[in-house]
Design a protein around this ligand. Structure first.
Ligand code: F6R
Length: 239
């Protein structure tokens, strides 16, 4: 489904070359949301989030009255594996900054499709105040790979080879990178009241360029954000 290039977009783009300053700004956007009463947070994993979670760990922010939902989880990777997203979140955030309740898809579920349905039902009941997003080199958000329908709900995805290669840096070899994941759908992401997208590093240039200059197309999932009323984009890339 292609749409016109000439849509009005409310994207707030802030280009900040210095990464320390960029992540300080990211922290402040989140802090403001907490102070403004946001209670339900959509969280992301990945290298992009590390400096932000470090700032949160070292802050006074308190999430004990808040609930979190993560975007995605690998299928078939034991929860205790250091690269499972539940392990990542515990290590980077939850051990030091616990939420009243934290939700991730269960990658060990016997039936991943049933698990996706359970997660979707949970999301449908929830008003997501704030969603944190990284961006894939191919323009994915969550693990919604190119070609995913904009009205998609939580589902099981076959990871693109390029995504597995990009994530292989966290594993001993490419073979160890799972081939499937459960991801929140694009429609759930779009229901969030406020979105903060962080895109840093040259590898994200093509995807970011598509968001800022291209048309809205399911071939580049991130482009849907043009149609969201409250997205802040923080980037070190001059586009
Ligand atoms: C992670 C996620 C992904 C990442 C994206 C960028 O939960 O949903 O969309 O945000 O793959 O990953 P990094 O930050 O490692 O470049």
């Amino acid at each position: 489904m292609e749409m016109s290039n000439h849509i009005k977009t409310a994207l707030k783009v802030e280009t900040i070359i210095d990464l320390d300053t960029l992540y300080d700004r990211a922290f402040n956007v989140l802090k403001e949301a907490v102070h403004n009463g946001s209670k339900n947070f959509g969280l992301a994993t990945g290298g992009t989030m590390l400096p932000l979670y470090e700032r949160i760990r070292n802050s006074e922010l308190d999430f004990t009255q808040c609930e979190s939902v993560n975007l995605d989880e690998y299928v078939g990777l034991p929860k205790a594996h250091p690269e499972s997203y539940i392990s990542f979140m515990k290590q980077q955030l939850f051990n030091e900054k616990p939420f009243k309740k934290s939700n991730l898809p269960n990658g060990e579920a016997q039936d991943p499709h049933e698990e996706a349905a359970r997660y979707e039902a949970l999301l449908q009941k929830m008003k997501l105040d704030f969603q944190l997003l990284g961006i894939g080199e191919n323009g994915h958000i969550g693990f919604n790979e190119p070609g995913t329908a904009f009205d998609s709900e939580t589902h099981v995805v076959e990871l693109e080879e390029s995504t597995r290669i990009a994530n292989a840096r966290f594993f001993n070899s490419l073979d160890e990178v799972p081939t499937k994941a459960i991801t929140m759908g694009i429609s759930s992401i779009m229901r969030a009241e406020q979105i903060l997208l962080i895109a840093v590093g040259e590898k994200k240039r093509t995807a970011l360029e598509a968001l800022l200059k291209g048309e809205v197309t399911e071939e580049i999932p991130v482009t849907i954000l043009k149609k969201h009323p409250n997205v802040t984009v923080l980037t070190d890339l001059v586009i």
